[in-house]
Write a protein of this length. Sequence first.
Length: 409
Amino acid sequence: MKILFVCHRFPFPPQRGGKIRPFNVIRHLSKRHDVTVAAPVRTDEELEAGAGLSSYATRVVTAKISRQAALARMIARLPTTAPSSSGYFYSPDLARRIRAELEQTRYDFIFTHCAFVAPYVLEARSVKKLLDFGDMDSQKWLAYAKSRALPLSLGYYVDGIKLRNAESRLAARFDLCTCTTPAELEVLRSYNTGVPTDWFPNGVDTEYFKPRDEPYRPDGVCFIGRMDYFPNQEGVLEFCRDVLPRIRAQRPRVTLAIVGADPPRRIRELGRLPGIMVSGSVPDVRPYLQSAAVSVAPLRIARGTQNKILEAMAMGVPTVSSVAASGGIDAEPGRHLLTASTAEGFATAVLRLLDDPAERQRFSQAGRARVLSHHSWDSSMIKVDRLIETCCAPRSGSTSAHVRRPSDA
């Protein structure tokens, strides 16, 4: 098939959450299909870094969105019913190029990743279209509204409501809608659009992220994640304030490595505290994971699948997660990872693994095995193939809410 794949971030290199999922779908589809990728870029450097995408895509359609243009479009949407956040991903130039692409080339299927770029292909009526929401971003915005001070809290709340309405309207214009987890699917189905819905999980490259035969630091704890992301910042700050002192009271030699790109000043300043190291951007997170006894994911705000948890589990590094962050992982708390909902509970869980090497080893093996069985990209892509086949199959009768969904087949 000839497939047009539209996504909200240039999906190469796949080094952050918003790029990993679409890249792996593109890589898989390109093995059997002719795939054209359309996505915006922010800078010339991003475009240059993404040159490797040509190894997977037959053709790449892109346009630059400058920071100034993005902010202007976001502000212009404030007095309208359109979510301001959608302006961040809109480019008139990219819209023209995608429109021309659809007029000049007969595509068999359109795969759209993220609601923010769904408007680019709404008018394509003679081709089957799938909208992969990934995370339901409206719910993330509404969660932000509860955690930010005024006026940001009000801004997130208003935009969250606008985005929720937009997600519902957009979903109704596609032939099939998907997301990352059963929890996200519950939100999607609550819109009652009458369009078939399903989900397929995020995976992890289990050959790249695999255990190494190297010693770990018995008192080493690590957090892996981009530090320009608000939920990561908030989680790390609360962990350093409320959890780490409890751990160090029992084991004074415990250290925390905060590993992730673009830490703001308030995160960098944590590096001045005893036992805390802030790395900033690193070429490879695996050495930091491998050397840690425990990986932590203390996020209070979390939607979809936390790749940081999958990567740690894949490397055999036991993970302690907040209940919210573990919700997108197909794993059993207490068996494959540990979860906690309070600072005291989090500290107790970390100490449980630090104090008992046998217990740590048990979770190391169980976590790796669970990722292999439930979060491999190969198994996830088998489901993607089935979803696309179902979407493209001729349908008879109504497309009401009673349409047989792919997950029910």
